[in-house]
Design a binder for this molecule. Sequence first.
Ligand code: IPM
Ligand code: MN
Length: 367
Amino acid sequence: MRIAVIGGDGTGPEVVAEGLKVLKAVSDRVGFEYTTKDFDFSGERYLKAGGNPDEPSIPVIHDHEIAELRTYDAMYLGAVGHPKVAPGILEKGVLLRLRFELDQYINLRPVKLYPGVYTPLKDKKPEDIDFVVVRENTEGIYTGMGGVQYKGTAAEVSTQINCTTRFGAERAIRYAFEVCRRRNNPKKMLTLVHKTNVLTFVGGTWYRAFMEIGQEYPDIKKDYNHVDACCMWFVKNPEYYDVIVTDNIFGDIITDLAAIIQGGLGVAAGGNINPEGVSMFEPMGGSAPKYTGKNVINPIAAIASLGMLLRETGNNKGDLRLVDAGNRVEAAVMATTPKMQTQAAGKMGFSTTEVGDIVAAAVAEAK
Ligand code: IPM
Ligand code: MN
């Protein structure tokens, strides 16, 4: 397996180093070969190359680099965001560009409260918070369609078009049904989350696709929530959910709410997946400039995303050793979280590298 490693900015390289430590441990344990190559797509490189900090002026990633990435089996990303580069330049230049160009049309976000992790939801336990969000990752209002006219005047007009295709909705829905089937949770329920009562055009496309494709999955219960109501249920009854499928912007918003109920950005992991191509796995946390270089940032999310990288690459290639390796990483994470004081940077009771050592040792010692 060849893995492209993009440490990125701030604390990204620090947490990725811990994930790679655990990768080494699990490859020794399970017995598979891998190589890694570092790609420097940082804000630092952009600035050094003469990039304008206030507006995009040169590419953050070069075309030949994108072409090279297509040849890898998986990508492992640390963090995007530099305090000296205006918001949007790196997010669009790295994260969104890779999602679009590599057609990573699924954003997969497991939401699981690990043992010993604090949730702000009163009386909710690990068995109550365990679901998966499948977010469509290449359409909706993220495509950049629309524009602004008479900018800066009282007559300013702007549009941002929700580009929804039956093709895009359908492939996300199909993927989500498959995730639900594979999870095989007793609930066996896929919930479509949208806003069909107001977004009648794009919502209709999603709803019709969901109901039609659902007929191919008679074993799975079909469920629908409006996105606003879904936010309430996340807080009141998270145990209701098994798998959710939703569009890009709704998925963006509800997965931040989901991240905080599973313990916050220190633990939340995700994958940008192209089931027919190269997928990219990342911790949800940002580059955390104020913690950079201090060995205090929480690497659990990055290690969990490394586990996802192994499991999803394995699922995709039908390689059971990699699936086993991914499950072992998650089990080691779950053996580590109860030992930590909190999941907050600087308050873990351990340093970044110590947490990585504990997870790696748990991987090595497991039966
Ligand atoms: C995420 C992030 C990105 C998004 C930003 C950084 C462009 O919030 O991965 O959820 O909006 O998709
Ligand atoms: Mn987001």
